[in-house]
Design a protein around this ligand. Structure first.
Ligand SMILES: [Zn+2]
Length: 239
């Protein structure tokens, strides 16, 4: 077989690029999920703040109604004061009216305190709405960017796969089977490794000096294998 090491080098670099693009495409759904989760989190925070504010407003209206009812009761008692027959009954009714007024005061205190809490809740809601508004645009842009990158990656992958077929077509079939065999043996799917200063770049170990000499002579038709990692090794003359 005729060794066209440069063709194999190009084949491998094309395959590495194909895997890189495939990984980028595979990672895209995760990025979409992260964007969706962030927007959902911000939306839920707004909804929680809205619910909190609504509950406080509801409580305020309840207290308002309660105060009104108590005031009505006091007014009815007061209206009946002229109907009472005895001083004892008069005093008892006055006491009752005072008691009701005390209850009303208590309710009004609670309402005042609640108004402060409602103001805080309104500010909190505004803050959450702002957080959502601030991030929403950025998240939309991010999602659009992921979409665009995916589109480009798909086109690039298509071109790379065609290029890979083209290069593979130039490789002698016997050499190709050696290449494919070496490839499946490697965890990183790299069948080829350059040797630089007698060090195999696949396993980072020194190859025997004799082998290094042979490699540098670049005898055609003679395939060299790293004795440590079993990759097909090659040497490039820097000069
Ligand atoms: Zn090696």
């Amino acid at each position: 077989m005729k060794i066209k090491i440069q063709t194999l080098v190009e084949l491998q670099s094309t395959e590495i690029e194909i895997r890189r693009v495939e990984q980028a495409l595979a990672a895209a759904p995760e990025r979409f999920d992260a964007i969706t989760a962030e927007r959902q989190g911000l939306t839920e925070a707004v909804e929680a703040a809205e619910a909190h504010l609504a509950a406080l407003n509801k409580r305020y209206r309840e207290l308002e109604r309660e105060a009104r009812e108590q005031q009505d009761r006091a007014a009815k008692r007061a209206a009946r004061l002229h109907e009472v027959k005895t001083n004892k009954e008069y005093q008892a009714t006055l006491k009752e009216i005072d008691d009701i007024k005390a209850v009303v005061l208590g309710i009004e205190d609670e309402m005042l305190a609640l108004l402060d809490t409602i103001d805080e809740a309104k500010a909190g809601l505004k803050e959450k709405e702002q957080d959502l508004a601030d991030r929403d645009q950025a998240l939309r842009e991010e999602a659009a960017a992921v979409e665009q990158a995916m589109e480009e990656d798909r086109k690039r992958l298509e071109a790379l796969r065609l290029r890979r077929e083209e290069i593979a077509g130039q490789v002698d079939s016997a050499l190709m089977s050696v290449y494919l065999r070496a490839q499946v043996q490697q965890r990183d799917r790299r069948a080829l490794a350059e040797v630089v200063n007698a060090v195999c770049q696949g396993c980072h170990m020194n190859i025997p000096p004799q082998l290094y000499n042979e490699l540098q002579r670049q005898e055609q038709g003679d395939l060299k294998i790293c004795p440590l990692c079993q990759r097909i090794i090659y040497w490039q003359n820097e000069a």
